[in-house]
Design a binder for this molecule. Structure first.
Ligand code: DP6
Length: 353
């Protein structure tokens, strides 16, 4: 008999960036990070996991219709093995359960956006993989979302944050085993539902330095990263969490932009330097700064915040009421650009279907 489950997972965009590992196998980060999970209307991964006694011994995985090799020492292998271990523990407590942990799995994953779009696809991809295996193996609620995030983390660091909706922290942890390196909810989407995200796709070409390789080069060569890890991030984690609790957009915006700039400064401080932002990215920074200055001159605080990941695309965060003005201004200065997808933040990190 075939056992099967399908789950979808959203993309998350960090406001305090993860950049650097102290353990590249377990994926243990050099600092804590914090993100906002987007809704699933535009960007999501959908994964179906299937187990059958007739599948033989080999696990298989298809990504957007193409089969991927599951390398023996790779991230996919580790994620699937960890999930099978959890299933095995469940089976050992209840001998009536089918021994799914002994069967091979077939996994089929699709993004509703091009993988090449330079938009985070590994985060939603690994989160959907873990969620679908958790559903297939019927692990929840005994296994919590934070425990699942610990496994998703070993697929791609940022993926651990996509197991939750709303505002999510990845606690880097102290232990060398990685037991305490996991995601926790800071606040649900319903706590501050007015906040929205606008993704400005500056370029949908996949080029430049992949984040996995880029961050290790930064760890090895950047003195500024050491300052970021010790002096910059800990304080910002506390302050932005408070700003989220208080729904204080001014402070949220200030820290978000400062952290994006500090992260890109660390990239520039890497040898050889890494450039992710381009001229259009920088023009958007200037536009946001202008908009905020004008709004502050009217005594109304900040209008919008920008943040950039390992690519040139801007993600703008703003209260919903500010979005029409932001969109109008962006369209005015970038008449040829396709910058007009707004995202509501999501209540739940993963959806089972
Ligand atoms: C700039 O999670 O893609 O988006 O753990 O090597 O898979 P690996 O890296 P990944 O890095 C994301 C970097 C970032 C910042 C962030 O999402 O926090």
């Amino acid at each position: 008999s075939v056992h099967q489950a399908t789950c979808s997972a959203p993309v998350n965009i960090a406001v305090i960036k993860y950049w650097g590992k102290k353990d590249t196998t377990l994926i243990l980060p050099t600092n804590d990070s914090l993100s906002v999970t987007l809704d699933q209307d535009h960007l999501r991964s959908v994964t179906t996991a299937r187990a059958d006694a007739s599948f033989g011994s080999q696990d298989r995985l298809w990504l957007n219709g193409e089969e991927e090799t599951i390398k023996a020492d790779g991230r996919l292998r580790r994620c699937i093995d960890e999930m099978k271990k959890l299933r095995q523990a469940k089976e050992s407590k209840d001998s009536n359960l089918p021994k799914l942990s002994e069967w091979a799995v077939h996994v089929c994953s699709e993004n509703n956006f091009p993988t090449a779009a330079g938009l985070a696809s590994s985060a939603s991809g690994f989160a959907a993989l873990i969620a679908s295996l958790a559903a297939l193996y019927e692990l929840q609620p005994e296994v919590s979302s934070s425990e699942l995030s610990r496994i998703a983390r070993q697929g791609s660091g940022s993926a651990c944050r996509s197991l939750f909706g709303g505002y999510v922290a990845w606690q880097g942890g102290e232990q060398s085993s990685g037991q305490d390196s996991l995601a926790v909810e800071v606040a649900p989407q319903s706590h501050w539902p007015e906040l929205q995200a606008l993704i400005c796709v500056v370029s949908d070409a996949k080029k430049g330095t992949p984040s996995t390789a880029g961050m290790q080069r930064t760890v090895q060569t950047s003195p500024l990263l050491q300052h970021r890890i010790k002096e910059v991030v800990p304080d910002r984690m506390v302050k932005i969490s408070e700003a989220i609790q208080k729904r204080d957009f001014d402070t949220f915006a200030e820290i978000t932009m400062a952290d994006s700039n500090n992260f890109h400064a660390c990239c520039l401080d890497t040898a050889p330097p890494i450039f992710y932002m381009n001229d259009v990215s920088r023009a958007i920074v200037q536009l946001v700064e202008e908009l905020n200055r004008a709004n502050e001159a009217d005594g109304k605080g900040k209008l919008v915040a920008y943040t950039y990941d390992a690519g040139p695309n801007a993600v703008l965060y703003a209260p919903k009421d500010n979005m029409p003005r932001i969109l109008q201004t962006i369209r005015h200065y970038f008449p040829n650009a396709d910058f007009d997808d707004t995202f509501d933040l999501l209540g739940k990190g993963v959806n089972a279907s």
